[in-house]
Design a protein around this ligand. Sequence first.
Ligand code: ZN
Length: 198
Amino acid sequence: MVYDIVQVGDPVLRRPARPVSGEEIRTPFIQELIASMRQTMYAAPGVGLAAPQVGEPLQVVVMEDGGEAMETMSAARRGELGRHPLPFTVLINPVVEQVGDDTTEFFEGCLSLTGFSGLVRRWRTVTVEALDEKGEAVRFRLDGWPARIVQHEADHLAGTLYLDRMDTRSFTTSANHGRYWKARPASDVRAALGPAPG
Ligand code: ZN
């Protein structure tokens, strides 16, 4: 089943999601939720989706990056973004922690804020601890774009949106992002847009 993705303004996006027990993970309800979130992510299309975005205040995330969008991107641009294939991954009750102090700043969008994006600074490398779709504990490290995806999705589970973290002056429609800002470094964008008031 493909869900309608909840849009900004719905309180479910602002409430902390509750953890899901290992036992609950094996229920048909959670297994169907995961399958439908996967279909919804592909249909959007997007590279990550958190359960609150389909109206369920539960700590469940799906992610996958690869395929066409990545193949049509130049190797240089992929390198800049640290964008490399992320296989389909389910995270339940994820805990995301920074590794080192390196950050990256790129435009980021959200399926719950259709048609917009903004510059967001994220940790370059993180560790992730979670349960998988079978309820088994997993722990791994992500860097570059996959690290950005998991930070974005973990934020959803805490009721946080990229709006709360972005450089507000960089906020743009997707059309204007394509027209003016695409592939330009954050420092250029900031120089062009000028400093914040005050
Ligand atoms: Zn999002």
